[in-house]
Design a protein around this ligand. Structure first.
Ligand code: IYR
Length: 227
């Protein structure tokens, strides 16, 4: 039985967590790193379908992320409809072509060269699901008035991190795609004014032949300082 009590007049539940001995903790943290270090962003997707129930569970995991004042300022739009995916691809490619040809400065283009990206985005139609994450800039209360949200960028970033981890855990792959500008997603998905497009995440299996850049991750001394 979960113990409950009022603190400052608000309901609290007692939280218990199963802890592990230190040796096991060291092993688990190593294993989890080794497994997370295998996650890669991909751009070559298979069209093999994924059941909606899997996508639902992945999104439920994403929504366990912490958020400012527990406002959960996110909406996840999961798209498998081929006609909507095509509309998204066409609109994204239009913006991306303009960006690659005119908007992105030379330094940015040079930084992207090792990744060999370009304005063509076939994965927006090939991947069986596109999860479009929207960030709420305010929330609509039941009476129609506006309520504040807090740290919405940080909250949505955390939720997307949880989502990518859940996708990897399910044996699937994803791409964190940020077509720019991406207001077209609000229009195509008919989202309300308070929701702003945050991240577009194609989800699926890798194509039978899938290539990723041979990147190296920074080592401890470059990313961490102990005090
Ligand atoms: N949005 C473009 C460009 C792009 C930008 C960054 I920063 C990347 O890490 C990768 C791509 C595109 O999706 O191609």
């Amino acid at each position: 039985m979960v113990k409950t009590k009022l603190i400052g007049g608000f309901p609290f539940v007692q939280y218990t967590k199963e802890t592990v001995p230190e040796t096991e903790m060291i092993q688990k943290s190593c294993e989890f790193f080794n497994w997370m270090n295998k996650r890669r962003t991909i751009r070559d997707f298979s069209d093999r379908p994924i059941p909606q129930t899997v996508i639902e569970q992945l999104i439920l995991t994403a929504s366990t992320a912490p958020s400012g004042a527990h406002k959960q300022p996110w909406t996840f739009c999961a798209v498998s409809d081929p006609l909507i995916k095509r509309q998204i691809r066409e609109a994204a490619e239009k913006e991306e072509e303009e960006s690659y040809q005119h908007r992105m400065p030379e330094e940015w283009l040079a930084d992207l060269r090792p990744l060999q990206t370009d304005w063509k985005k076939p994965f927006l139609e090939t991947a069986p699901w596109l999860i479009v994450v929207f960030r709420k800039s305010y929330e609509l209360k039941p009476d129609g008035s506006r309520g504040q949200v807090y740290y919405a960028n940080e909250s949505c970033g955390l939720a997307c991190g949880f989502l990518l981890t859940a996708i990897h855990h399910a044996g699937l792959c994803a791409l964190t795609h940020t077509p720019s500008p991406m207001q077209f997603l609000s229009r195509i998905l008919n989202r309300p004014e308070e929701e702003k497009p945050f991240l577009l995440i194609p989800v699926g299996y890798p194509a039978p032949e899938c290539w990723v850049p041979d990147i190296k991750r920074k080592q401890m001394p470059e990313i961490c300082v102990f005090y």
